[in-house]
Design a protein around this ligand. Structure first.
Ligand SMILES: [Zn+2]
Length: 229
């Protein structure tokens, strides 16, 4: 199959999709460590291109310094440059890109030019109502930083830290049920069309992301592991 138009069997191209709080970063790191894939995030690629002073990097720098949003065209140029580097011949995980169907189509064209294609778009699936409980219940001790949860890990004595006896507890302002629900809604609105796009393509894999972190990792490894030759 190595006729120059096919991906090496051990080098899949993966898209990782998941809402904030689903553990996407942790799971991406697991795949990097376990399979030696390269993780590609738009932010990292843009920073590297700016640092390297490539033409697209300089363009991105000017836009970012002016407080603007880097255009798809610039992002895709940076991505194309990155894909041409030798380490990108192996397995790839896209994290945070594509965000739109237009970007997904442009990514397809870039990959096709290199004889590759998206092998799996993996959606980390969460139960929104349970995510709201999970995230909005978190709090920490202001004195020692010990982490707690209203339902899953309450303090033994209400309002008092088990670890240090501190009585001031902190909650993140953006972790209220309302803001968590708003973040999930925004994610579903933005990602829905992409999920449909990859589903129609037959490469969508759904992984339940509500359970234990190691169980999720094992399920993910099953769909994200090297493609059998
Ligand atoms: Zn404490």
């Amino acid at each position: 199959m190595m006729d120059g138009t096919r991906t090496p069997a051990d080098a899949p191209v993966l898209i990782l999709l998941g809402p904030p709080g689903a553990g996407k970063g942790t799971q991406a790191r697991m795949l990097v460590e376990r399979f030696g894939y390269i993780q590609l995030s738009t932010g990292d690629m843009l920073r590297a291109a700016v640092a390297a002073g490539t033409p697209a990097g300089l363009e991105a720098k000017a836009v970012m310094e002016a407080g603007g949003l880097v255009s798809d065209r610039t992002v895709l140029t940076v991505l194309g440059d990155r894909l041409a580097q030798p380490d990108c011949a192996g397995g790839l995980i896209f994290d945070g890109f594509p965000r739109t169907v237009a970007q997904a189509e442009a990514l397809d064209a870039l990959l096709a030019a290199r004889g590759r294609e998206v092998d799996a778009a993996i959606s980390l699936e969460v139960d929104d109502a349970r995510m709201v409980v999970r995230i909005s219940g978190r709090f920490t001790c202001a004195a020692c930083g010990e982490g707690y949860h209203d339902d899953f890990k309450p303090t033994a004595k209400p309002g008092t830290c088990d670890a240090c006896g501190g009585t001031e507890m902190k909650r993140r302002a953006d972790d209220t049920p309302k803001t968590v629900m708003a973040r999930l809604d925004a994610y579903h609105r933005q990602t829905g069309p992409l999920i449909d796009f990859y589903d129609r393509r037959g490469v969508l894999k759904r992984v339940d992301a509500m359970g234990d972190i190691d169980v999720i990792g094992a399920a993910l490894a099953k769909v994200a592991g090297p493609i059998p030759a």
